[in-house]
Design a protein around this ligand. Sequence first.
Ligand SMILES: Nc1ncnc2c1ncn2[C@@H]1O[C@H](COP(=O)(O)OP(=O)(O)OP(=O)(O)O)[C@@H](O)[C@H]1O
Length: 263
Amino acid sequence: MSAVRESVASAARVDAILSVRDLTVRFGSLVAVNGVSFDARRGHITSVIGPNGAGKSSLFNLISGAFRPSAGRVVFDGHKVTGASPDRMLAAGLARSFQITNLFFELPVRENLRLAAQFLANGRGLLRPVASGRAALQRVDELIERFGLQPKADELAGFLSHGEQRRLEIAVALAARPRMLLLDEPTQGMSHTDTQETAAMIRGLAAESLSILLVEHDVDLVMNLSDHVVVMHQGHKLAEGPPQQVRSDPAVQAAYFGDANHA
Ligand SMILES: Nc1ncnc2c1ncn2[C@@H]1O[C@H](COP(=O)(O)OP(=O)(O)OP(=O)(O)O)[C@@H](O)[C@H]1O
């Protein structure tokens, strides 16, 4: 490798908050994710797209620690976190929001946020304090305002609308001040208006230096939001690059947009 290429490669590495290398997961004879490598840069919105069954959710689950890879590694902020549980990932600064899985429906909105701001789970069902009660309450107030949840703050999470629950889910993921947020289809099941609001919210978070990895079906949303797009197809990485470059890549058009047009 030439000196210039080497220094460019090294600059890219310095800027990467998340590096995925040769990540692979097999389910029996099916290789759902097959040797996938990419970097997500600090403060950027990186998105993973691909047609149905491409391996997006499996990749998300591998990165967030829900699945253990058959091979490959995940490095977050310089630390190897391959196969670490979601709780350990959160403690390291990598939060995930996966549909509506982090909410206590029988508790008020405010209490859901307070628990997430004050404690981290340790994977054995035990909670360890990470912020004082006062600091946690301050964080809760910030998040309630930030996510427009003031009118709902004292309602039970189970009584919120679907869109509000998705918003609260993201607020809960952010309560412990992670440096990176993984989002799996954050606008799934949302109205057009809620989708636009969520997109603006994601953009706002990135503008405040939060690094974001988005796994998403909605091509237009991804193309509008992302700094960098990774396209998956049949478990492999098919292409990656800035949105416009990826959109015009003939292999992507054939494999992805062709399929999408006929979906
Ligand atoms: N836990 C599992 N056990 C067995 N096979 C699985 C499992 N999870 C996913 N698969 C298979 O792996 C392949 C990739 O699935 P995955 O859900 O990762 O794709 P996707 O791109 O997220 O698809 P979609 O957009 O439809 O959600 C599919 O063939 C799926 O059936």
